[in-house]
Design a protein around this ligand. Structure first.
Ligand SMILES: Nc1ncnc2c1ncn2[C@@H]1O[C@H](COP(=O)(O)OP(=O)(O)OP(=O)(O)O)[C@@H](O)[C@H]1O
Ligand SMILES: [Mg+2]
Length: 645
């Protein structure tokens, strides 16, 4: 069931929220996510499904380890098998020692007779310990390599998917679980190796026990299965809870940031949001605590049942051993060895079941990671063409439409326009009219749902990857404050070229950023992030100058500037638009601004309204036609005029 099922039809949706809705809508109740259904179904599949999956998961883990580092994987495998063989040797040697010690004859003779077996026992223990050290060493070397391989693949994907993927709610959830999955890989690999080591130990004990008396093997299984079942069951319950809590965890993380971090600190205080946020926290945590307590109760019950049954079964094993001994079915030495073997088997099996639990648990997270990578392929850009973009001569937008997910109306609706080399064009219109979206389409950041955009007559899809992007620079409205130095912040505008200081300086001058930078403690080398030692922060307008410089840094055929001056002071604004005007006739610029005085000089002004292109023309033409542009311009101009009277 989705959230929309429970709400009224669109037509009757209240426009103004009901009076008490603020607290709820700030962090709304949990919505059932599409992926939970599948996860729950799998979690309900039971322990048989767990066992069915283990071989595949172990295979996956070994595959990852093999790809990451063949030598170390081989070393771990060989050492594990070797340790198992040594364990079997050790047990058989133990029996030999006991046989000699319990035989008839004077004590010194018995000890002497036991010496060869004793040295074999000591030798096998030493080799086994040595192999354990080798395994640990190889595994430690393997971990960073495995981590790198898996994490890098995740980042390769998250940086490659199309921008629209981030508009989908499910994508963010998927990604959170995928990053958890990427960190679970190393546990999966180690778990798989430890499981194999545990199984090798178990096999060794089994061989030894079968040699002594086959019936003891059955008893051994009875003694160990209940504990194994309990451990698996508890792991399963933990996993179910993790799945159910994904949305809530994200919300807690959001609250954590809102209450404990710098960006929201000022508004939190000015609006007195402290108790509002703490109440939200209590609400979310209340649910979380209830769920955790419920989980703790269930896992404790499961583990307790497992321990009681396991303890009783171990008692039964010792009883059976006693009966066999009394009836003379097995000699004393064999019985004593069997006690040692039972303990060794329990240790090995406990380790193995713990590993099964861990592998399954981590395996599920890894599956999230795997599935995320699978699903992300749907968001990958389509295969690029082979046409070289070439210097821009003409850019045509033809009947282009784009609707955001979960929106009823298109953000850009059948827009057509042509931009020629050297022109400065402006997109104007009220908030939400589609300017930023249209700019994103032109920049190739988003693909239109209908219509085509062509670069010199070639649809974007036919262009060689990056060949068009390299000719476009975009200064976005919600620009990012990169946590790097000023120089790097500017050089990011064209990261594939050499960031010569002269070029950085020239770009900064165009964007009226140079004077600001010169006053910073370390000039162009000042680190722009307060979270680092020696880091600095800038004012909103200063940041905007740096981002404009980033746009100018690339000598782009097409420069798109979305609200580049919203925070600038009048002098800086004037200088910035002067720099933009300098491009006119040489290079192409798309300008988006609400300060209409700045678009007077544009070759062509496109007016958008609710996604549609409603007017187009030069300033004089549009003023003459007395349409929407003239209305907005006159309104703004009146503000200045009335102030001057
Ligand atoms: N990522 C998004 N997901 C869903 N809807 C979006 C998204 N971005 C924008 N919209 C919606 O699309 C419409 C057009 O938005 P757009 O950002 O293009 O407007 P704009 O003209 O740039 O406005 P502004 O002047 O405020 O910058 C708006 O109704 C907006 O709410
Ligand atoms: Mg915008």
């Amino acid at each position: 069931m989705t959230a929309t099922d429970t709400t009224a039809p669109t037509t009757s949706r209240p426009v103004v929220p009901p009076p008490n809705a603020v607290g709820e809508s700030a962090l709304p109740e949990l919505r059932a996510m599409w992926w939970e259904t599948g996860m729950r179904a799998r979690a309900d599949a039971g322990l048989r499904a767990v066992f069915a999956e283990i071989p595949r998961l172990v295979g996956t883990a070994l595959g990852i380890a093999w790809r990451a580092d063949r030598t170390r994987t081989l070393v771990v495998a060989a050492a594990t098998v070797g340790a198992g063989v040594m364990a079997a040797f050790g047990l058989l040697a133990t029996q030999r020692v006991l046989l000699e010690l319990f035989s008839a004859g004077p004590t010194p003779d018995r000890v002497l007779a036991a010496l060869p077996a004793l040295s074999l026992l000591a030798g096998s223990a030493a080799v086994r310990a040595g192999l354990g050290i080798v395994t640990g060493y190889a595994q430690n070397g393997l971990s960073p390599r495995v981590d790198r391989e898996v994490e890098r693949r995740l980042f390769e994907t998250t940086t490659a998917v199309q921008l629209q993927a981030f508009d989908e709610d499910a994508f963010a959830d998927d990604m959170e679980r995928a990053s958890r999955g990427s960190s679970s890989v190393i546990s999966l690999v180690q778990g798989a190796m430890n499981l194999l080591a545990g199984l090798a130990g178990l096999l060794a004990v089994t061989v030894a026990v079968v040699v002594i008396h086959p019936l003891l093997l059955v008893a051994l299984l009875v003694a160990t299965v209940p504990g194994a079942w309990a451990a698996l069951k508890a792991g399963h319950q933990r996993y179910q809870t993790y799945m159910a809590g994904s949305v809530r965890r994200r919300r807690l993380w959001i609250l954590h940031r809102l209450m404990a971090e710098r960006p929201s600190a000022a508004e939190l205080r000015t609006y007195g949001l402290r108790s509002f946020l703490l109440d939200l926290y209590d609400k979310v945590m209340g649910v979380e605590t209830r769920i955790q307590l419920d989980l703790a109760r269930r896992t404790t019950t499961t583990t307790a049942i497992g321990s009681v049954v396991g303890g009783a079964a171990t008692g039964a094993v010792y009883l059976l051993l006693g009966v066999l001994l009394l009836n003379g079915h097995i000699p004393l030495a064999a019985a004593a060895t069997c006690v040692v073997a039972v303990q060794a088997a329990q240790r090995s099996l406990a380790a193995a079941t713990f590993q099964i639990d861990r592998i399954y648990d981590e395996g599920q997270h890894f599956r999230d990671y795997d599935q995320f990578l699978d699903r992300a392929t749907a968001h990958m850009p389509p295969a690029a063409g082979s046409v070289e973009a070439g210097p821009l001569a003409q850019l045509s937008v033809d009947e282009v439409t784009l609707t955001y997910p979960d929106r009823d109306t298109p953000a850009v609706d059948k827009v057509s326009l042509v931009i020629r080399q050297g022109q400065t064009v402006a997109f104007v219109g009220e908030n939400g009219s589609g300017k930023t979206t249209l700019a994103a389409l032109v920049a190739g950041l988003r693909a239109p749902a209908a219509g085509t955009i062509t670069w010199n007559g070639h649809p974007y899809a036919e262009l060689r990857e990056q060949s068009m992007q390299a000719r476009i620079a975009v200064v976005t409205q919600d620009y990012h404050r990169w946590p790097f130095s000023v120089a790097t912040n500017i050089a990011l505008g064209d990261i594939d070229t050499d960031a010569e200081p002269d070029r950085i300086h020239a770009a900064a001058v165009k964007a009226v950023a140079h004077d600001v930078i010169a006053e910073l403690p370390h000039g162009y080398e000042t680190l722009l992030d307060k979270t680092f030692a020696d880091g600095q922060d800038l004012s909103g307008g200063q940041w905007q100058r740096i981002t404009a410089a980033r746009g100018f840094f690339r000598d782009a055929d097409l420069l798109i500037m979305d609200e580049p001056s919203s925070a600038l002071d009048p002098r800086a604004e004037h200088a910035l638009f002067q720099a933009i005007r300098d491009r006119q006739g040489r290079q192409t610029t798309i300008l988006i601004t609400h300060r209409l005085a700045n678009v007077r000089h544009a070759d062509r002004i496109y007016v958008l309204d609710r996604g549609r292109l409603v007017e187009a023309g030069s300033h004089d033409e549009l003023m003459g036609s007395g349409g929407r542009y003239a209305e907005l311009f006159t309104l703004q101009a009146a503000g200045y005029q009335s102030a001057s009277v």
